[in-house]
Structures are given as structure tokens and as C-alpha cells.
Design a protein around this ligand. Structure first.
Ligand SMILES: [Zn+2]
Length: 186
């Protein structure tokens, strides 16, 4: 979906679901957000929303609403955002798949566990084996929630860098084992 259509939808949804209360945003249709393959991005400070151009209309619309819910709240995917998504769902907004099934009972975005962080890092390494600690934390914050800056994340969860390093080593060892098997098939 192109930027012009997305901008028109932003106006329409702002009036329809947010009582026109969202400030004006720059809305861009982009080829790529980061190497981790996010569908959308919202920066409240810069009043900027990016949506992946290649999404189907249905997914682009749902992603735009997801990002607009970020524009309306703080704390990433924490409670305020979840409440906003549930409000949109109940108002009949055209949400699809995971966006449609947001529940308050799931993680509230405040206390990050090692297991949760490890799982997200493992998934990220599959998409981007050379990812840095900062990029992994940024990805966690963007997709899962938690503190709003990398520094704050590391201050609150100082074990994150140890977990990250261990997963990166494990991933690299695993990858070289797979390469060796490919090179010398038995
Ligand atoms: Zn989000």
C-alpha cells in the first residue's frame, strides 16, 4: 500500500476511532524497516509512522492501527497499548491475526524475564545472525515492550548482555556444525 493511501487512512481512522485526538504524523510506506523484518514502526517523539509497502491491504491497515495505538499511548506494548488495541477491536476496527487477539492477561511489559528475552534473541538470530546487542534490545523493545531506551533496558536488566552473548555463541556454533555437515555429508 502506498503512502498516499496510508495518509488518507490515518486521517480517517483518527476521526473514526480516536475522536481526532492524535496529532498529525508523517506516514511513510517503506521497502524495509530493519533486517529483522518488522511490518511497522512508530516514533512518538518524531511523529513518524512507517509501514512496510509490500504488506497486503488487509495487513497494512491492521499494522497502521497497531502503530496508531502506539501514537496514542506510551510504554510500547505494555498495558496502555493493550487497552487501546482492545478498545479498537471492540469498536470494530479492521484488525487481523495477532493484532486481533491482544489480551491484557499476557505479559504487561514491565518485568522482562530472561526466558522471554532469550526466546526473542534466538528468533532474531535466525533472521539476522550478525545482530548486535543494541539491535537485539531495540527489536525486543519494539516488538515486545519494556523500557523505552536501550540504556534503560540494560540498567533494569543487566543480565541481558550475558544472555545475548551466550545465545550468539550458541547460534554461531550451531551454524558452523550445520555447514560442516553440509560440506562433508556422510
Ligand atoms: Zn508495536
Amino acid at each position: 500500500m502506498n503512502g498516499r493511501k496510508l495518509r488518507a487512512l490515518f486521517q480517517q481512522f483518527n476521526a473514526q476511532y480516536f475522536a481526532g485526538k492524535l496529532p498529525s504524523y508523517s506516514i511513510r510506506a517503506v521497502e524495509r524497516i530493519t533486517d529483522l523484518g518488522e511490518d511497522g514502526f512508530c516514533n512518538r517523539r518524531r511523529k513518524l509512522i512507517k509501514i512496510l509497502r509490500s504488506l497486503s491491504d488487509e495487513d497494512a491497515i491492521s499494522c497502521l492501527l497497531h502503530e496508531m495505538a502506539h501514537a496514542a499511548t506510551s510504554g510500547n506494548h505494555g498495558m496502555p497499548w493493550k487497552r487501546e488495541m482492545i478498545r479498537l477491536r471492540e469498536a470494530g476496527a479492521p484488525l487481523v491475526s495477532t493484532e486481533l487477539n491482544v489480551e491484557l492477561a499476557v505479559w504487561d511489559g514491565t518485568r522482562v524475564t530472561r526466558a522471554h528475552f532469550r526466546q526473542v534473541v534466538q528468533d532474531a538470530l535466525i533472521d539476522e545472525p550478525n545482530i548486535s546487542l543494541s539491535a537485539a534490545i531495540r527489536h525486543f523493545i519494539c516488538t515486545e515492550g519494556g523500557p523505552s531506551t536501550i540504556q534503560e533496558f540494560l540498567r533494569k536488566f543487566p543480565w541481558a548482555s550475558t544472555v545475548f552473548k551466550a545465545e550468539k555463541v550458541a547460534h554461531a556454533e550451531n551454524a558452523s556444525r550445520v555447514d560442516a555437515l553440509r560440506a562433508n555429508p556422510r
